[in-house]
Ligand binder design. Structure first.
Ligand code: FES
Ligand SMILES: [Fe+2]
Length: 319
């Protein structure tokens, strides 16, 4: 039986569908780098089932369907840098070309159509595997996070979250500060100003991306320098958002008096018309290089994300 919530989700998805055709020509994360090895790994993107594996360390991605009789290649065995299908044993090279059909014997020619369905592109970046199903659209690109290469920053990954709603609505939520005092009253939002000032928007010509900057005062209760009388309670914080189409978002927070910077990366991957995965990463240079403090920061960020999903998720989350 269809519930009220799913009707609401259907209304939403009719205008912001997670499987719009143009999304096939954009980059989306489908796995953490650490999840992909020589052994086939299954992923879903825009309703398509994919198989990922490494060959000589390089990530390969194909449709998860053997062109012979359609067996899933996620059941295949790694061999010679490629995959041997679990059904009739066809062997595919790392480029997806079939190089052995056991039932025909070693001498028989191999038809050219015996090759795996290839994708528009696969790239590894920021500890994730990004895939584009068809040829990338002009102006779409992979997200960049300079902090990822900066040794001053610790890096922490949140668990991948599966949720139900429009991916575009979640991207909108990430860019919206007006909800902080209401949605995040239980974490960081209680003392946040309700009035939102003007953002400095910078468009990036020729690219489907923009950045937005915002500087404002806030009560820095976590700064030990306040208790020590070295700095005032009311300090300045600069927020720098960057959006890269379709659903890649980062927020860098610079604490101008206390020093230190936090960056949150939010990479939303549409699975089906109603569901998406959220790959989220934190980078911080204010934790004294202490991994235990980073674990605490990741747990806190997870609480913040759950607060967001309470208002953006339909029916229930499934993290
Ligand atoms: S289905 Fe894969 S070899 Fe037959
Ligand atoms: Fe939020």
């Amino acid at each position: 039986m269809e519930c009220m919530c799913s009707r609401r989700a259907n209304l939403t998805s009719s205008s912001l569908a997670n499987t719009h055709d143009s999304l096939r020509r954009c980059w989306h994360p489908v796995a953490r780098s650490s999840e992909v090895s020589d052994t086939p790994f299954g992923a879903v993107l825009l309703g398509e089932h994919l198989v990922l594996f490494r060959s000589d360390g390089e990530v390969k991605a194909f449709y998860d369907r053997c062109p012979h009789r359609g067996a899933p290649l996620t059941l295949a065995t790694p061999q010679a840098g490629g995959l041997r299908c679990a059904y009739h044993g066809w062997l595919y090279s790392p480029t997806g070309r079939c190089i052995e059909i056991p039932a025909l014997g070693p001498e028989a020619p191999i038809p050219s159509r015996a090759r795996l369905g290839s994708l528009g592109g696969v790239q590894e970046r920021l500890g994730m595997i990004f895939v584009c199903l068809d040829d990338p659209l002009p102006g779409v690109e992979l997200p960049e996070v300079p902090e990822d290469d900066d040794p001053a920053f610790l890096r922490g990954e949140l668990p991948v979250v599966r949720a139900r709603a429009g991916a575009g609505l979640l991207a909108d939520n990430f860019l919206d500060t007006a909800h902080f005092p209401f949605v995040h009253a239980g974490t960081f939002g209680a003392g946040e100003e309700r009035k939102v000032g003007r953002f400095d928007i910078r468009r990036e010509p020729g690219r489907l991306s923009f950045s937005a900057g915002y500087e404002h005062s806030f009560a820095n209760r976590e700064d030990p320098g306040v208790a020590a009388g070295e700095r005032p309670l009311i300090q300045t914080r600069r927020l720098t958002y960057r959006y890269v189409a379709p659903f890649h978002l980062t927020l860098r927070i610079d604490y101008l008096e206390a020093g230190g910077s936090n960056t949150v990366g939010f990479f939303v991957s549409p699975l089906s018309d109603e569901h998406y995965h959220i790959f989220s990463v934190l980078w911080r240079n204010d934790l004294g290089g202490d991994p235990a403090r980073m674990d605490e920061a990741v747990d806190f960020e997870m609480q913040v994300l759950k607060e967001d999903l309470r208002v953006r998720n339909c029916c229930q989350g499934s993290w």
